[in-house]
Design a protein around this ligand. Structure first.
Ligand code: ADP
Length: 299
């Protein structure tokens, strides 16, 4: 059985090696999306420019434009089906595995369009890691869950140190340090999710994408994942999809509210209604649709 390496897709298990890094993104090259200020005055990591994402002919999200600041937590909120998951998967080209999927517009990561033909998606996912709704550790030991991707990427020096640092960073070390050889599948759901975060961290990405990371977890595990986000943002840029508004209010610096458009050509698609500092979105939103959603009148 093959296990995923850097391409830690939710359900598929694809093997990819270090050779895939040949077409590296050079973050020092600046393009049309050169860094600028955001409302939070942090440097821009992603510039999303008129992004429309389609499955077949239907746009799931349409004409999305905003900047994601570095070393901040940015939350994507909105009602079910408004394209939150589709959008976050665009940020590391995870939708590439869907045959009918295509996009218009651009996603600049430090000025490089990650959808460009000369950009290797494996390298994108190396720098922009992802953690999914369901914890998905490999059926291997706790230790080997961390080392698998490292070995595939040729990051073989100081493997034990890397394992320890990643588990410490994900606030899991104290709970597992005496049983690293045990199966990851024996861990609780919350521990498994922190292991998945440790696995993502171990390959030293710059960005961590989290797609509803706590929705399958109990309240205590949810709290520890939220605490972790506060800890991690000093070193990583974090983008999180959540349907839980309290969670967005607790963890996010910036919040993007997506909703469904009116019917256009017989169908509705997700649109970005408002993007601002989280406190503004939750206290004095600029759009009535945001206000209706955050006050629970809709959604
Ligand atoms: P959300 O995360 O906000 O619930 P999604 O991004 O999952 O929204 O879905 C947005 C729209 O895209 C929905 O209409 C959904 O049915 C559609 N969609 C999502 N994934 C696929 C897919 N793999 N193939 C076709 N349509 C999809």
């Amino acid at each position: 059985m093959d296990y995923p390496s850097t391409e830690m897709t939710e359900d598929t298990e694809e093997q990819s090696g270090g050779d895939g890094l040949a077409k590296a993104i050079d973050p020092t090259r600046l393009g049309p999306g050169a860094p600028s200020s955001t409302p939070a005055s942090a440097p821009t990591v992603f510039r999303i420019d008129a992004l429309t994402a389609y499955y077949g002919k239907s746009p799931a999200v349409r004409d999305v434009t905003f900047d994601v600041p570095g070393n901040q937590v940015t939350a994507i909120i909105g009602p079910s089906g408004c394209g939150k998951s589709t959008f976050i998967r665009c940020l590391n080209r995870m939708n590439d595995v869907v045959p009918s999927f295509h996009t218009d517009g651009a996603i600049y990561f430090h000025g490089i369009d990650i959808q460009g033909k000369d950009v290797d998606p494996v390298n994108v996912r190396r720098q922009i890691g992802m953690v999914f709704q369901r914890p998905n550790p490999f059926p291997k030991s706790i230790h080997d869950n961390i080392t698998y991707g490292l070995k595939m990427l040729g990051m073989k020096d100081d493997l034990e140190g890397r394992v320890e640092r990643a588990l410490k960073r994900a606030a899991l070390w104290e709970e597992v340090k005496d049983r690293l050889k045990d199966s990851a599948l024996a861990l609780s759901g919350g521990q498994q999710q922190r292991l998945c975060i440790a696995r993502a961290i171990a390959i030293e990405p710059e960005v961590i994408l989290l797609d509803e990371p706590a929705s399958a977890l109990d309240p205590i595990s949810t709290a520890s994942i939220e605490d972790l986000m506060h800890e991690l943002k000093s070193d990583y840029t974090i983008v999180i999809v959540t349907h839980n508004m309290q969670q967005a209010a607790r963890v996010a610096d910036m919040t993007a509210f997506f909703s469904l458009s009116e019917v256009v050509d017989g169908s509705r698609s997700g649109v970005l209604v408002e993007y601002d500092r989280t406190d503004k979105i939750f206290t004095t939103p600029g759009d009535k649709r945001t206000e209706d959603y955050v006050t629970g009148r809709f959604g």
